[in-house]
Design a protein around this ligand. Structure first.
Ligand SMILES: Nc1nc2c(ncn2[C@@H]2O[C@H](COP(=O)(O)OP(=O)(O)O)[C@@H](O)[C@H]2O)c(=O)[nH]1
Ligand SMILES: [Mg+2]
Length: 281
């Protein structure tokens, strides 16, 4: 077991993609795989189109698949969106806190373009669910509007040709591109309806986590997420003025990344907040 794994605990995963691509369906299918592997799973569904029914839908799917109530699976539908460039500022510390009790915390968000950036900056691993025959995601990738996710999955492979074509288009677009860490995102095919391709999807998500752990980049990634969150949250509360008071965004980011002692995001936020307020007096 890589040394980092002991201190970092669970896996924080973001699943995003256009409405109707099958994020909730794939999540329900993934839960079955993870439960078979003996993992405790928490799901936070952030769906602005149907904050309540989104979660209820997922709950229904689960009841369809799982027999009886499962105490090791936690599902919440969150109606918090907007203040944080898409995602509510609370989602990240909440999901991080949940990692103490669950092996996997998955955040489902709707995204069709720039919005994915939010969740990709909050999670260890980001999974993008592509809709067959929709060229949007490919255009966003090509234009560099969308950050390359860590895992791409074309859902609904049961519909055949259109799904295969989207998969090959995506693979061509991705080519040998890697993210800033050097990870090359795999593009997979699955069907939540048939339950096909779900094990490989779970494996690909886990492979990215292991890849980060083996390179000692896992903790650094978490730290980067925390720094992004702190800076964004501070900017939201105090505006550019507040960030300026703390030495400017670049310097603040560098300081936060350089810290060896890690505090919880809330404790860190309170400390920074106190510094801004002290200076204002
Ligand atoms: N044919 C087919 N339909 C699917 C599949 N997965 C989901 N769907 C359907 O696609 C629609 C949207 O699914 P949902 O999981 O709610 O998508 P979300 O909005 O991305 O969470 C629903 O009507 C699902 O039944 C699949 O693998 N194959
Ligand atoms: Mg959904």
């Amino acid at each position: 077991m890589p040394a980092e794994q002991l201190e970092t605990g669970g896996h924080l995963i973001g699943i995003t993609g256009p409405p109707g691509a099958g994020k909730s369906s794939l999540t329900a299918a993934l839960i079955q795989v993870w439960r078979r592997r003996g993992l405790k799973v928490a799901i936070l569904a952030v769906d602005p189109s149907s904050p309540i029914s989104g979660g209820a839908l997922l709950g229904d799917r689960l009841r369809m698949h799982a027999s009886g109530a499962d105490r090791e699976v936690f599902i919440r539908s969150l109606a918090c969106r907007g203040e944080f460039g898409g995602l509510s500022a609370e989602v990240w510390p909440m999901s991080l806190a949940m990692l103490a009790a669950f092996d996997i915390v998955l955040v489902e968000t709707v995204g069709v373009g720039q919005k994915e950036i939010d969740v990709s900056k909050m999670t260890d691993t980001t999974c993008f669910v592509a809709q067959p025959a929709s060229g949007d995601s490919i255009q966003f990738l090509k234009a560099g509007i969308m950050e390359v996710p860590h895992v791409i999955v074309v859902n609904k492979e049961d519909i055949g040709l259109a799904a295969r074509k989207t998969l090959s288009d995506l693979r061509n677009t991705l080519g040998r591109r890697t993210d800033a860490d050097g990870w090359q995102a795999p593009a997979l095919s699955a069907s939540a309806a048939l339950g096909s391709g779900i094990e490989p999807l779970a494996d690909a998500l886990d492979a990215h986590r292991h890849w980060l752990l083996e390179r000692g980049q896992f903790t650094a990634r978490r730290q980067r997420c925390q720094a992004e969150w702190l800076v964004k949250h501070l900017r939201e509360e105090f505006g550019r003025y507040g960030i300026h008071r703390l030495g400017g965004e670049d310097a603040l980011f560098a300081t936060l990344m350089g810290q060896s002692r890690r505090r919880s995001p809330i404790a860190e936020y309170e400390a920074l907040r106190a510094r801004v307020l002290r200076q204002e007096n």
